[in-house]
Design a protein around this ligand. Structure first.
Ligand SMILES: Nc1ncnc2c1ncn2[C@@H]1O[C@H](COP(=O)(O)OP(=O)(O)OP(=O)(O)O)[C@@H](O)[C@H]1O
Ligand code: SF4
Ligand SMILES: [Mg+2]
Length: 333
């Protein structure tokens, strides 16, 4: 396997009771994550970013389930595995050791009843056996790596003693302590103020280099993607609508949805200009319009867009887009 992770045909079903058919919250998701790559997933709220990544960690629970046709191949240290089809026990060995995740709200991910030291040590001891002093040293070392001042004292603190930025550093320490091959960061800076946000992104970039870890960065903010990622997939209503290397995406944007997301970022900071936002809202799962799922919000909507779903196709080498504007005229006629 050339890549670290190869997701194919990923679909997540939502069970809606015996009387209603299940709906697909995401479908046809194909992603390749290379070794040491920083890969971004961007899209508005409800597009399916988090559930897609939760499925990598085996964290989907009822009423959600992975469609049996999905596959998520991962180059683990024990060999290639399909995360969509391994046992719960096997997944527990991989989760936290080879694949880790950090979340938007560190306060809810940490246990208020335990010190920072015991929470870092728990992550460490789950995947190996260490003496008390070895575990203490490893925890201290890790806090220093994530640039926490007074690390010795912080180890003895409880989560509520720390600021949001410090807690997120602790979460990064916990996520990296077992030197995972893949780190999934789900909106890791959204809850932080702008200065702290920039520090955390810098820190993650630095650590990725020194740990050789691949990162999947989930965000609704293309600014964050621009600062941290090499390649990006744009999600809309449970599908990938555009995917490209970062420079290509910014300079040769192909999908009208991505153009809208970019306009909302670039209008930030422009004085005397109203903030731009894409009109309308992401459709609720199960109520997707026919044809292109973006058609009722798109300024370029054509007749075909209302009835036929465009495929995700290459518009230039390595640049994929799901839009009739870029697909053959014969089909549109
Ligand atoms: N446990 C659940 N039960 C029912 N629907 C769910 C559940 N979890 C997620 N969904 C639905 O799946 C869709 C995708 O959710 P997801 O959390 O992945 O979105 P997201 O892109 O991460 O959004 P956000 O930016 O708000 O985090 C949404 O329509 C959401 O309502
Ligand atoms: S397929 Fe049509 S409606 Fe969809 S984004 Fe392209 S132009 Fe807009
Ligand atoms: Mg989310």
């Amino acid at each position: 396997m050339d890549n670290l992770l190869e997701m194919r045909n990923l679909a997540i079903n939502l069970y809606r009771g015996k009387k209603k058919p299940s709906v697909k919250l995401t479908e046809g998701i194909n992603l390749d994550i290379k070794v040491r790559q920083n890969f971004g997933i961007v899209g508005e709220s409800g597009c399916g970013k988090s559930i897609t990544c939760s499925s990598i960690m085996g964290l989907l629970s009822f009423p959600l389930s992975l469609d049996p046709a999905s596959s998520i191949r991962f180059a683990s240290t024990e060999g290639d595995v399909d995360l969509a089809h391994i046992s719960a026990n096997h997944m527990r060995r991989i989760r936290g050791k080879e694949i880790s995740m950090i979340f938007q709200e560190p306060m809810t991910a940490l246990d208020p009843m335990y010190t920072i030291e015991s929470q870092i040590q728990e992550a460490l001891s789950f995947h190996g056996s260490f003496s008390k002093s070895e575990a203490h040293k490893a925890a201290l070392n890790m806090l220093e790596k994530v640039k926490i001042p007074r690390a010795e004292q912080i180890l003895a603190d409880y989560p509520h003693h720390l600021s949001g930025g410090m807690l997120q550093r602790v979460m990064i320490a916990i996520a990296l302590i077992n030197n995972p091959r893949l780190l999934i960061a789900d909106e890791p800076t959204t809850a932080l103020d702008v200065t702290i946000q920039a520090q955390i992104l810098d820190l993650m970039n630095e650590l990725r280099e020194s740990y050789n870890t691949s990162v999947i960065m989930i965000t609704h903010d293309l600014g964050v993607i621009a600062e941290t990622c090499e390649e990006v997939a744009v999600f809309y209503a449970g599908q990938i609508v555009e995917q490209a290397e970062i420079k290509e995406l910014f300079h040769a944007t192909a999908h009208p949805y991505t153009t809208g997301l970019l306009r909302s970022v670039t209008s930030l900071g422009k004085i005397n200009e109203p903030l731009y936002s894409i009109s309308g809202a992401v459709p609720t799962a199960g109520e997707f319009a026919s044809g292109c799922r973006f058609h009722d919000r798109c300024d370029h909507c054509m007749e075909i867009c209302r009835t036929q779903m465009p495929e995700l196709k290459e518009v230039s080498p390595g640049h994929l887009c799901r839009c009739w504007l870029h697909q053959s005229k014969e089909v549109q006629a």
